[in-house]
Ligand binder design. Structure first.
Ligand SMILES: *Cc1c(COP(=O)(O)O)cnc(C)c1O
Length: 427
């Protein structure tokens, strides 16, 4: 699942003891495993290799340009949702042709930037956006390809905040309206509407919502083709589960086993946009224990990372496995899940220093006892960790370190007090 493992009671990122990294670069610290990123990318590529597939890694999951760079070199395309993300891809040497641009609120400036970069597909989310895209492509004298994002009205049965493929969501157009969009906009001379895009949102635990969405999309594609519209690609979006809990989510091969047979022989290029299934387990957040506090019925472990560093627990009610970086023999975690029942554990809340009740990483969690200054790892923090980090409470964002086998380097320096106020100074 990843390259973060305990050896003799000590946590390693690939071949580097994480204590070494924390000692050298301080905490809180994001640590990424390059091999894990590449392993996940390759597993996905292999799972779908029976089809003409482009894997477009979703930049918003974890968009450090050093990560995008080795992903591009390994043959990844990219899914971007803003001009800023496209800029990151281009800075990383990524190929705009193999990038797709989604988002419900693309600005004119962002559309023009993507047109000039030669983006692979615009994933168009509304008729109004498509009209704007056509107009801007004409004034720019550029041609572009577009996929229409349709709402297959499938519930990925996840947390409601991260479900985006249902009918009432703000994303995409309803599947029954899609044919009218094709009929109305296909002949425009600038933008070739030639693909269908769906994205079910995040966190499905089974492959069924994907299978159902592909079936519904294929009905639409068949019908469109019968009417003479040329459909060259289907983009299935992202949202594939990641193993936040050991063995919790389907593997890439399992998703592919449901999806590939439906699409083979259909003369459709496949695009997929995995984010967290690549990045989540490729990163951990290291923090140190500041204080232990006994309050009422609870025991709190207060660490030096906060919700500004990793907001997923309060935002999505997300589970992150947490464990000390160094443990006594016998206390190495055997799997990553909540109900660990080794003896000698105690039940604690792991919380940050921020002035919000929602500043927690785990509640009522069984952990080996920890003491002040002890190093603790928050696992599966690679996706929507750093990319959602903020400066709330004027806390500089953490440094990011990339590990590859026994080598490591800082790929983003820790923010300082001064970097946080620099843009506020006049002149
Ligand atoms: C966020 C997003 C993704 C990636 O989602 P994951 O859950 O990280 O796989 C893919 N496509 C689109 C359009 C997105 O908005």
């Amino acid at each position: 699942m990843d390259y973060f493992n305990y050896k003799n009671g000590e946590l390693f990122a690939e071949e580097v003891a994480v204590e070494t990294l924390a000692a050298e670069f301080g905490t809180p610290l994001y640590v990424y495993s390059k091999s894990t990123f590449l392993d996940h990318l390759n597993k996905i590529k292999n799972a779908y290799n029976a089809l003409d597939t482009t894997v477009c890694y979703s930049v918003k999951a974890c968009g450090n340009i050093n990560i995008l760079k080795f992903m591009a070199q390994a043959g990844s395309g990219f899914d971007v949702v803003s001009g800023g993300e496209l800029y990151r891809v281009l800075q990383a040497g990524g190929d705009a042709q193999r990038a797709v641009f989604a988002g419900v609120g693309k600005t004119d400036r962002e559309i023009i930037e993507a047109l000039r970069a030669g983006i692979g597909y615009f994933n168009v989310e509304s008729e109004a956006e498509l009209e704007t895209l056509i107009e801007l492509a004409k004034t720019e004298g550029r041609k572009a390809k577009a996929a229409l994002r349709v709402n297959p009205d499938v519930d990925a049965q996840t947390h409601s905040f991260v479900t985006t493929g249902k009918k009432e969501s703000k994303f995409g157009v309803d599947i029954d309206r899609a044919e009218r969009v094709f009929a109305r906009y296909t002949k425009n001379g600038a933008v070739k509407l030639c693909a269908i895009h769906i994205h079910l949102g995040s966190g499905g635990k089974t492959i069924e919502p994907y299978v159902e969405a592909v079936r519904k999309s294929l009905l639409l594609i068949d019908s469109l083709r019968k009417q003479g519209f040329e459909i060259e690609a289907i983009n299935l979006g992202g949202g594939y589960g990641a193993d936040y809990v050991s063995g919790y989510s389907p593997s890439a091969e399992e998703y592919a086993s449901g999806i590939v047979p439906l699409l083979s022989g259909k003369s459709l290029k496949l695009i997929i946009e995995p984010g967290k299934s690549i990045a989540a387990n490729a990163g951990i957040l290291l923090c140190r224990v500041l204080y232990i506090k006994r309050g009422g019925e609870k025991k709190f472990v207060i660490v030096d990372a906060g919700m500004n560093d990793l907001i997923r627990p309060p935002l999505y009610d997300a589970f992150h496995f947490i464990w000390p970086a160094k443990v006594k023999p016998g206390l190495e975690p055997v799997s990553r899940e909540e109900a660990i029942t080794a003896s000698g554990l105690e039940t604690v809340d792991v919380v940050g220093p921020i002035c919000e009740r929602s500043d927690y990483f785990a509640q009522n969690r069984a952990l080996p006892p920890v003491i002040r200054d002890e190093l603790v790892a928050i696992f599966s923090a690679g996706a929507y960790g750093f990319s959602m980090a903020s400066n709330y409470n004027a806390r500089g964002r953490a440094a990011e370190v990339l590990v590859e086998q026994d080598r490591y380097r800082v790929i983003r320096r820790r923010e300082t007090y001064e970097t946080m106020v620099a843009l506020e100074r006049s002149g």
